[in-house]
Design a protein around this ligand. Structure first.
Ligand code: NAD
Length: 355
């Protein structure tokens, strides 16, 4: 025994620009990739911002596709791909949250397009090689190096408009990536350090964002935390928490960030005793047993704490447990369908976790 756990560190692969006003770097970053015909992507909600970016890119931009939607429906990807091909685009610029990033990844994997991602939430998808897509009501997720964005531009300015409710839920979504990376069997020292720092940053920042949405320092700290947690998601495998949220989002259409916010204290509480040493950075940041303290943290910030408030019916809990227990995956604490069913009931009711 050397006292150092053996590990594999695959390296960090995306170029990252972080700061305020960094959206101005977009043309230079496109040129750096040797590209000249970007298609700008956004959700309908952020169409105005996407058009402003297209205007900034001037002749360089071949158009805006503003129909990105949550959980990357394949029909939307096909329409975007048609626009990409018709306009002879040679790269995508995804401006928005995880939904827009997902669309960019889906185009990249089909057309070999380079991606510049400008994230405006804390979802973290921009730092991962993970793509989840929905077809016929079923969500399928894969890991593929071809979906990893080439360049990510974090601009604090663009996050100032993120409504407090979504900022808090999205921040908890980011913390979930870090918490599961800390106990992942394929963790490595770089991921563990970033995951711990990401959690600390978000625990510091989110109360500041909630108290004063115009607090630039809090917004910047939250975005830094989101980057660190996103790297953690991209660099380690995920367990029970992510599988549950994947099931609830993919099969029951629950909103992504809010679902993570509700499930996180329960999944971490479930794993707390089995991974107490590895979860120490979370316990230290939130100040207590990790599941219970995360629950209190979320409650104080006004985040949703009950699956029933997100539109899940109690009658759906059995099917959700069936789906989440179907495929085996590693988790610090062994579980069976009955354990998942109990956890889901508690998350549905909003019971405070014991640990
Ligand atoms: P989202 O991208 O759907 O954004 C939610 C809403 O907020 C949208 O209407 C969006 O336009 C708006 N919005 C975003 N930023 C804003 C801002 N700064 N100001 C005002 N409005 C803003 O939500 P999300 O939680 O970021 O992403 C969820 C999606 O991302 C899901 O499909 C999920 O599966 C995916 N995701 C994937 C990964 C991965 O690694 N593959 C990781 C995390 C999330």
């Amino acid at each position: 025994m050397t006292g150092i756990e053996p590990f594999v560190f695959p390296g960090l692969r995306s170029r990252v620009i972080f700061g305020e006003g960094t959206i101005a770097e977009t043309p230079a970053e496109i040129a750096r990739l040797g590209r000249a015909r970007p298609l700008v992507l956004s959700t309908p909600n952020q169409k105005a911002e996407a058009e402003a970016l297209a205007h900034r890119l001037g002749n360089l931009c071949v158009g805006v596709f503003a129909r990105a939607a949550m959980h990357t429906p394949v029909e939307v990807t096909e329409a975007a791909l048609a626009a990409f091909r018709e306009r002879h685009a040679d790269c995508v610029v995804a401006l928005g949250g995880g939904s827009t990033t997902g669309l960019g990844k889906a185009i990249a994997v089909r057309a070999g397009a380079d991606q510049v991602v400008i994230p405006t939430t804390y979802a973290g998808s921009e730092m991962t090689d993970i793509l989840g897509e929905t077809m016929g009501g079923e969500k399928k997720t894969r890991r593929d190096p071809a979906v990893l964005p080439e360049t990510v531009i974090y601009d604090v300015e663009l996050t100032m408009s993120l409504p407090v409710g979504l900022a808090v839920a999205s921040g908890l979504n980011a913390m979930a990536h870090a918490a599961e990376a800390l106990y992942a069997p394929d963790r490595n020292p770089v991921i563990s350090v970033l995951a711990a720092d990401g959690v600390r940053a978000l625990v510091r920042a989110l109360p500041g964002v909630a108290a004063d949405p115009a607090d630039r320092h809090a917004r910047a700290t939250a975005l830094y935390g989101a980057w660190a947690c996103g790297v953690a998601l991209g660099g380690a495998s995920m367990a029970l928490h992510h599988k549950l949220c994947h099931t609830l989002g993919g099969s029951f259409e629950l909103p992504h960030a809010e679902t993570h916010a509700v499930v996180l204290p329960h999944a971490i509480g479930f794993n707390a005793a089995a991974a107490s040493r590895l979860l120490e950075p979370v316990s230290a940041a939130v100040g207590g047993s990790p599941g219970a303290a995360l629950f209190d943290f979320a409650l104080k910030l006004g985040a949703p704490t009950r699956l029933k408030d997100l539109g899940l019916r109690e009658a759906d809990l059995d099917r959700a447990a069936d789906i989440a227990a179907k495929n085996p995956y590693s988790n610090p604490r062994p579980f069976d369908r009955a354990a998942i069913r109990t956890l889901l009931q508690e998350a549905w009711e909003g019971t405070r976790p014991r640990q």
